[in-house]
Design a protein. Structure first.
Length: 158
């Protein structure tokens, strides 16, 4: 992937928990948590957006690095998957927890879908996009929360 072909990067945090009893395993209170990532190609010039979607599962530091010497830490790469997409002018797509967890579960070789995880979806794009993350949570019987966050483009890091 060339940084000149994909000069825009959007890093979106996700939290997915579809099994309330498993929430504590990723450091959140018991509840159902969902993330939807909405992606829009605002091009008026009839320009398609070429997009690389990188799915990265976050693990605890103790699970993602090995200390071999008190001064030197060797990181173990987190599992990730990169998928390509094309978004037509003025079209939109969304990624939700079902897709995110299914893609990452397959990458780590899970027999079933892991329904509880945190991580990042990083979007690399050929043109500027509108990217909005929607976060919703249901904690208990009345604790409903919903928020949106507009994701700014960052520089692509080679």
């Amino acid at each position: 992937m060339s940084t000149t072909q994909f000069p825009y990067r959007y890093a979106v945090k996700f939290v997915c928990n579809l099994a309330p009893s498993a929430a504590s395993s990723i450091g959140i209170v018991s509840g159902v948590y969902n993330t939807d990532i909405n992606i829009h190609n605002p091009s008026y010039a009839q320009q398609n957006a070429l997009i690389w979607k990188k799915f990265v599962m976050a693990t605890l530091e103790s699970q993602s690095s090995t200390i071999t010497n008190p001064q030197v830490i060797h990181a173990v790469p987190n599992p990730y998957v990169i998928l390509a997409a094309r978004l037509d002018p003025d079209a939109a797509m969304r990624l939700d927890c079902r897709e995110i967890t299914a893609v990452i579960s397959k990458a780590v070789g899970s027999v079933g879908v892991i329904t509880t995880m945190k991580g990042f979806v990083i979007l690399y794009s050929s043109i500027k996009l509108d990217v909005v993350a929607e976060y919703s949570a249901l904690v208990g019987t009345s604790g409903i929360s919903f928020s949106t966050q507009y994701i700014q483009a960052g520089a692509t890091i080679p």
